[in-house]
Every structure is written in structure tokens, then in C-alpha cells.
Design a protein around this ligand. Structure first.
Ligand code: F6R
Length: 610
């Protein structure tokens, strides 16, 4: 989604803003722009495409004197990704400019209102309507702060928005509603940005803005007001502990590859302090005051939904809690009936996904307990859920989610063990085995990843020319099949489908031909023999098959097709090897095809629109 940075300080603003925009590139964008005030005039520079195009335009300009400004990377929603629709958008009647992330749903109504009053529009965007709405409020005699608040009160939808005006050239105003925006507080400089890496080289002190608040930043102050009555709101600073190194490539060619290789560390960080192998105990202080639910509903999107599906059988098998899992984007539209004692668990890397947040809010209104599993501290979901378990994956920059899913699986597994023990539904032996095996995963995975990488490269080079492929699995391998297919689709733009192996003969098998490969996820679990039959059905129809499975033992081995051998792991833990293999295959296929791995076309990192 769009990236916003606003700066007011003692440094030349434009280089700081451009650097910030670079660090927000991961969010996905198709045009960009900056604005600043020079000689009392508002300068707005915008460009289609990547940031280099914007940099080329700025190269010939004198930008040295501006010490405040705004920057934006736009992921098109209203209007094509053209320079004209790129942000910032200006209201020329008052010389003010805004940048915006989100959608103003009632913009047509206000556009008609403003057109009737003689305002002119130069783009197709909802953002330009908001800029002129602010100007119109000012024309009615309001100060800039009041006009900003009054215009936002009229806007419905989601937004994070920042404002610069020639009237107060050192001041940035910023506000949010269901889209991320935070303030960075430095010495003699302040920032407003969509995400922390944008300003991390300058400050680690952050103020999290809430919905319904407006921030006013100048070089020396950051003030926050309630939008409703403009009374000051006291805020506290949060110190960010992770550093910029964690948000940089660190020698890897792509963020995605780096993040795949970080997974052993991610598992180790997620279990540190939680998995007590000596006392055979799981510690989840975040859940201590949280009632163990009698029924669990999990809602999430994309990869996070797959993590939820993967955890379903653990919640039922270990915790003994009836569990359903659904996509958050559908959950809210089906009048789900609340049941006393149940809990909605939302899973989200970003903590800002609009559909997931909407599901959380809907259920909260019904008085149902809510729990978030979330990677971003201070995100909307992390703040709004009744309790939150943070996944310690560190910043995930690549648009395609990898290490976040591994962190989610780790934390979900620990939660299932924790609730199972609390409810008395889980054997001590299973807990002991699960904790011991989980603790071994970081070392085992560290040793495995380089081999997986080279094997994935070989397979990807052979299959990258295919137009379509299947990923098939049973039981807990089914969600991983969905994830493998999602990764291939989003990164390499090859059509891929994830299916439950047993569903093949109910229709999809009709697609099989010698150019349509199937990847069977079939570790040595209780489903191996049945999945083997499904594999044979596909092979019999001359479909190429590759089985992600374990080395032969006890008569269990592949009878036909090719195998990609992964080390055997206990119970659900085979997912911690299977998932990185799938991630590396999709990564290598995309890299082989020369695709933009970290920023696939049409995608955004944090989907803050519905
Ligand atoms: C896929 C991917 C998306 C996200 C989805 C939910 O690689 O990244 O499918 O998983 O948009 O995002 P979060 O987890 O931030 O709620």
C-alpha cells in the first residue's frame, strides 16, 4: 500500500524524504512524489514508476533550502498509475498539499459539492477532493488545524494523511483512520511515516497515532490533538529496539531470500522464554489473564490465513477447542452468530490488513473476546485486540510473506500447547516431545537451508517454463500446498493452484497433461499412503509429479515420480522444512524468470483497503 513520509527538521528535507521513500518501497507502489516549500511557493514533483524516475526529476532542482516536506509512494486505487494521479495533491486555492494512503469512500459526493463551488480538479483521485475540502474549510475562516479536522470529519473510509501548506511551511499535520501512521521524534526534527524504517536512521523514539487523532509536527515539537474537540492528547514515546540492519538486505540479493534464511532465528526468538523444556512448560504471559475459549474462530488473509488453517488441527487435537478458520474478507459478510465463551483469533503480519481489522472490530462489538497474533508492535490489530501475542519475526520487507508465517506457526503451536495444558486435554509426553523437537528446529533448519536453496534452484529452472502447476497435500500439508501455490503465483506469475490431494479426482485431475506438473507434499505422516495413491493417479495420466517427502524408511517410499527429499521431523514440525522448501522454489522460479521478487507487480505489502 501507499507509503507516506513527512519531515520537519534541521536537515535538507528532500534527501531525507527520498531515503525514507526508499525504505517504504517494500509496500508496493506504481508512482511517487514529493513536495516542499521553496521561496514561499509550493513545489510538487511527481513521477510514474519507480523512485529513480522521481530522483531524475529532482536532480536538476535546487532543493537544498527546504527543511520540511512530504513524500509518497502510490499504489493506485482511484485512477490509473499516472503522474497526474500521483501524490502529493494540491489545492491551489490555499497552496496546500496532501499525501494519502487509503480510500475516501464518499469522495464523489464531496467532489460534486466542490465542483459546484468552482473548485477545479486535475486528477481522478479521491485525495485531491480531500485537499480541496480542507481548503474549503479554510475559506470558511478556520485555521489550518481546524480545517484539516473538519474536512476529515466529512470523509468516510480509511486514511492516513499528511498535510503541508505555505501558510505554515515548517509544520506537517498528520492523521489516520484505519491505516498506519506514526510519528518519529528526533532531536530538532520530527517525522510522520507509514512505517518505522522510513525514519529509523534518525530516531528510534516513536509515537503511535490512534484513529481520531491529529498530529502537528515542527522541528522542535510533536503535538497530538483529538480530532473531535482539538484538545491535546498526552502520548508516550515507545523506543524501538530493532535496528536498521534488521531492515536491510545484509548481503542477500533480495529481501525475500534474506527473510527465508532468517527463519531459524525467527523460530528461536519466538520460543525464547516461552518453551521451557526443563520444566516441560509453555509460558505465554500475554495469555495469562485471557480466558481459555470454549470455541475458537480464526480469521486472517493470504499467508496468515494459511497459518491459521495449519493450526486448526493443533487447536482441536492438542487444546481440545472446536476451531473454524476463515478468510477475514468473507467472515464479516456472513452474519456469523456469536457464541458465548468463544474467541476470535486474528492473525496478521502487518497488523493493518483492512479485512482482518474489520473482522476484529465486528466481533468486539458483539462482546466476543479477541486475540491477535501479530508481527508489528503498535499496529492497529496489536492495539485493538483484547490480548496480543507478538511474533518476533522482525521487520518483513519483501512483499511476499515468508518468515512471518514461520513465526505464526511457531506461536500458534505454542498457544495450542499452552491451552491444551491449561484445559488438561494434553498429555505431558506430547508437550515434552513438541517442545524438545521445536527447540531443535533452528539448528536443523540452519543446516538445511543452503541445500534446499540449491535443490530449489535446479527444480525451478526446470519447471519455470510451465504455464500452470498444482500443489497438493492432505491434513496439515494442505494449507502448505495453498501457500506453495500462492507464493508461485504472486512471485513468478505462473498459474498455480493449491488443492487438497483427495479433491483431485473430483474435477481438477481433468487438467493433468504432460505440461502440467503436480507437487505433492507428503511427509511420512498418517496420510502418506493415501496421498501416494493420489500421486499415482496423476502420474498415470502422464502428469509430471514431484513429491516433497522424506528419505525412504520402513517400506515407505515413493513408487513413481521424482522426489525432493526433506529431513524427517516429528508430527506437525515437518512444516518447518516443507514451508522453506516451497518458499525457495517460488523464489528461484521468480528470479529465474527475471521477476521483481521483492515487489511483485500489482501487490502491496500491507493491504489497508478492503
Ligand atoms: C502473501 C502475502 C499476503 C499476506 C496478506 C495478509 O505472500 O504476503 O497474502 O499474507 O495480505 O497480510 P497480513 O498478514 O499483514 O495481515
Amino acid at each position: 500500500m501507499c507509503g507516506i513520509i513527512g519531515y520537519s527538521g534541521h536537515r535538507p528535507a528532500v534527501p531525507v524524504i527520498m531515503e525514507g521513500l526508499r525504505r517504504l518501497e517494500y509496500r508496493g507502489y506504481d508512482s511517487s512524489g514529493v513536495c516542499f516549500v521553496r521561496n514561499r511557493e509550493l513545489q510538487v514533483i511527481r513521477a510514474e514508476g519507480k523512485l529513480n524516475n522521481l530522483e531524475d526529476k529532482l536532480a536538476d532542482m535546487d532543493i537544498s533550502l527546504a527543511t520540511a516536506g512530504l513524500g509518497h509512494t502510490r499504489w493506485a486505487t482511484h485512477g490509473a498509475p499516472t503522474e497526474n494521479n500521483a501524490h502529493p495533491h494540491v489545492s491551489f486555492t490555499r497552496n496546500l498539499a496532501i499525501v494519502h494512503n487509503g480510500i475516501i469512500e464518499n469522495y464523489r459526493e464531496w467532489k460534486d459539492f466542490l465542483l459546484d463551488k468552482g473548485y477545479l480538479f486535475f486528477s481522478e483521485t479521491d485525495t485531491e477532493v480531500l485537499a480541496n475540502l480542507i481548503a474549503d474549510e479554510q475559506a470558511g475562516g478556520l485555521s489550518l488545524l481546524r480545517a484539516f479536522a473538519a474536512a476529515l470529519e466529512k470523509a468516510s473510509g480509511t486514511y492516513a494523511v499528511a498535510l503541508l501548506s505555505t501558510e505554515e511551511p515548517d509544520t506537517i499535520y498528520a492523521a489516520r483512520h484505519s491505516a498506519p501512521l506514526l510519528i518519529g521524534a528526533g532531536a530538532g526534527e520530527h517525522f510522520a511515516a507509514s512505517d518505522i524504517p522510513a525514519f529509523l536512521p534518525y530516531t528510534r523514539d516513536v509515537v503511535f497515532l490512534e484513529d481520531g487523532e491529529i498530529a502537528r509536527i515542527t522541528p522542535l515539537r510533536a503535538e497530538v490533538f483529538s480530532m473531535a474537540d482539538l484538545k491535546p492528547v498526552p502520548k508516550t514515546l515507545t523506543r524501538i529496539e530493532w535496528d536498521l540492519q534488521a531492515a536491510q538486505k545484509g548481503g542477500y540479493k533480495h529481501f525475500m531470500l534474506k527473510e527465508i534464511f532468517e527463519q531459524p532465528r525467527v523460530v528461536a526468538d519466538c520460543i525464547a522464554g516461552r518453551a521451557d523444556t526443563k520444566r516441560n512448560a509453555v509460558r505465554m504471559p500475554e495469555l495469562e489473564g485471557f480466558p481459555v475459549p470454549s470455541r475458537l474462530r480464526i480469521a486472517a488473509c493470504g499467508t496468515s490465513w494459511h497459518a491459521g488453517l495449519w493450526a486448526q488441527s493443533l487447536m482441536e487435537g492438542w487444546s481440545g477447542i472446536p476451531t473454524t478458520v476463515e478468510t477475514a474478507s468473507e467472515f464479516r459478510y456472513r452474519n456469523a452468530l456469536p457464541v458465548p465463551g468463544e474467541c476470535l483469533l486474528v492473525i496478521s503480519q502487518s497488523g493493518e490488513t483492512a479485512d482482518t481489522l474489520a473482522a476484529l472490530r465486528l466481533v468486539k462489538e458483539q462482546g466476543i473476546a479477541t486475540l491477535g497474533i501479530c508481527n508489528v508492535i503498535g499496529s492497529s490489530i496489536a492495539r485493538e485486540a483484547d490480548a496480543v501475542v507478538l511474533t518476533q519475526a522482525g521487520p518483513e520487507i519483501s512483499v511476499a510473506s515468508t518468515k512471518a508465517m514461520t513465526a505464526q506457526m511457531t506461536v500458534l503451536m505454542l498457544t495450542a500447547l499452552y491451552w491444551g495444558r491449561k484445559r488438561g486435554s494434553l498429555d505431558r509426553e506430547i508437550t515434552a516431545r513438541a517442545l524438545a523437537e521445536l527447540s531443535d528446529i533452528p539448528a536443523r533448519l540452519t543446516g538445511l537451508l543452503p541445500t534446499l536453496e540449491s535443490e530449489a534452484a535446479g527444480l525451478a529452472a526446470r519447471f519455470a517454463a510451465c504455464k500452470s502447476m498444482f500443489f497438493l497435500g492432505r491434513g496439515q500439508s494442505f494449507p502448505l500446498a495453498l501457500e506453495g501455490a500462492l507464493k508461485v503465483k504472486e512471485l513468478s506469475y505462473i498459474h498455480a493452484e493449491g488443492y487438497a490431494s483427495g479433491e483431485m479426482k473430483h474435477g481438477p485431475i481433468a487438467l493433468i497433461d504432460p505440461c502440467f506438473p503436480s507437487f505433492f507434499l507428503m511427509p511420512y505422516d498418517a496420510h502418506f499412503a493415501k496421498t501416494m495413491s493420489n500421486l499415482e493417479e496423476v502420474a498415470a495420466r502422464k502428469g509430471p509429479v514431484v513429491a516433497l517427502t522424506n528419505p525412504p524408511k520402513d517400506g515407505m517410499e515413493l513408487r513413481v515420480g521424482e522426489s525432493w527429499l526433506l529431513p524427517e521431523a516429528w508430527g506437525p514440525l515437518c512444516a518447518f522444512f516443507m514451508l522453506p522448501a516451497l518458499q525457495l522454489f517460488s523464489y528461484k522460479a521468480a528470479a529465474f524468470l527475471g521477476k521483481d521478487v521483492d515487489q511483485p507487480r500489482n501487490l502491496a505489502k500491507s493491504v489497508t483497503v478492503e
